[in-house]
Design a binder for this molecule. Structure first.
Ligand SMILES: *Cc1c(COP(=O)(O)O)cnc(C)c1O
Length: 387
């Protein structure tokens, strides 16, 4: 049979009924599963017979989400987790050991950097930080113990990009795993495995749910890698709940429509901001003026919903815009139908020293917007109030 296209898979993959002929997927709210006989129980536990045992290991609703997301990312296998951070932590703990070395970028999600510098460091795994876009810096950071490159592309909030095809040539030549956190674009706009990555990680809390209702995460890759990560999850317990799995499963149905709408709204807002005399600089990958516009165009099928910009007048001017807006929610969350607005230098990046902020280009006049699905003309009017 001809392979199905993305939107068909997003709606049909992983679907099965319980025998009650229900059309929408059921939520299996059960912690354990019963066996027909003592023999069947023995065979399940010895893995001679596949099947459910206990919800920390597997659950049919979670399984439906994993199968659908795997189909969308083009992965052999997927394991779902209770949050995006649990997905990152499980990947690191399953695949690394004391003495190993990771290379990552300075532009990672803040809690990921905290995880690497505190908990992961405690287990004797060392970390080097490089400039995301600089291929030479990645290559030069490799040592004999380097096992993993971990990154987000595009970065948040400035939309820096790394060439994944070029970077994966470096990792393959050096026997290093390449893991990409794809939460900002989702497989609707970027498929890292097709570009040479070995592992994709998700915070499904963001665009995959898309409506700010729950936490969820996932790790995707080959059967061999995911078996190891699943082993860590089933033993240590950050398994995804059936209820949250059902929410993100239904989120996938509309993923590409939503990502396209987020991108369209973001493009209109960024274009309007760029021509405004009180705005110093707009960072949006869809704009020709973004230094990574062409690279993003080559490896992404859209530019996503994150727009950031710098205003004349420093922190106070930025605060004035945020405070004048009535529609935008003042929150650091992203990937919601509701647009959100935040001042990175005093919130998400507030723990950085002045020097670290400077090297990450997080200025006092920078505002980040996660563009939602409201009418973009209303969003533009709302920003205009504070300008
Ligand atoms: C939010 C986020 C995470 C963490 O995910 P949680 O679901 O909040 O644990 C990781 N990476 C990126 C890029 C994120 O935006």
């Amino acid at each position: 049979m001809k392979a199905l296209n993305f939107d068909t898979k997003a709606i049909r993959e992983g679907y099965r009924t319980t025998g009650e002929q229900e059309h929408s997927e059921a939520i299996f709210l059960t912690s354990s599963f019963v066996f027909d006989s003592a023999e069947q129980a023995a065979n399940r536990f010895s893995k001679e017979e596949p099947g459910n045992i206990y919800a920390r290991f597997t659950n049919p609703t979670v399984d439906a989400f994993e199968k659908k997301l795997a189909a969308l990312e083009g992965a052999q296998a997927c394991v779902a987790t209770s949050s995006g951070m649990a997905a990152i932590f499980a990947t690191l703990m399953a695949l690394l050991k004391t003495g190993d070395h990771i290379v990552t970028s300075r532009n990672m999600f803040g809690t990921t950097i905290v995880l690497l510098n505190t908990i992961i460091a405690k287990f004797g795994v060392s970390v080097s930080f490089v400039d995301l876009s600089d291929l030479n810096a990645w290559e030069n950071a490799i040592n004999n113990n380097t096992k993993l490159f971990l990154l987000e592309t595009p970065s948040n909030p400035l939309g820096q990009v790394v060439d994944l095809v070029a970077l994966s040539k470096i990792t393959k030549a050096n026997n290093i795993l390449l893991a990409v956190d794809n939460a900002i674009l989702t497989p609707a706009l970027q498929k890292p495995l097709e570009l040479g990555a070995d592992i994709v990680i998700h915070s499904a809390t963001k665009y995959i749910d898309g409506q700010g209702r729950c936490l969820a995460g996932a790790v995707l890759g080959t059967e061999e890698i995911i078996e190891q990560v699943h082993g860590f999850v089933r033993t240590t317990g950050p398994s995804l709940s059936a209820f949250n799995a059902w929410i993100v499963l239904k989120g996938l149905d509309t993923l590409s429509l939503r990502m396209k709408a987020h991108s369209d709204n973001a493009m209109k807002l960024a274009t309007w901001l760029e021509q405004h005399p009180s705005i110093e600089k707009v960072h949006y990958l869809g704009l020709q003026s973004h230094p990574h516009h062409q690279l993003a165009k080559n490896q992404q099928s859209g530019f996503g919903g994150i727009v950031s910009f710098e205003v004349n007048g420093g922190r106070q001017a930025a605060f004035d815009i945020i405070n004048a807006a009535d529609i935008f929610s003042i929150t650091a969350n992203l990937g919601d139908t509701k647009s959100t607005i935040t001042h990175p230098a005093s919130t998400t990046h507030g723990r950085l020293t002045d020097e670290e902020k400077h090297s990450a280009n997080i200025s006092e006049s920078l505002i980040r917007i996660s563009v939602g699905l409201e009418d973009v003309d209303d969003l533009i009017d709302d920003i205009n109030k504070g300008l």
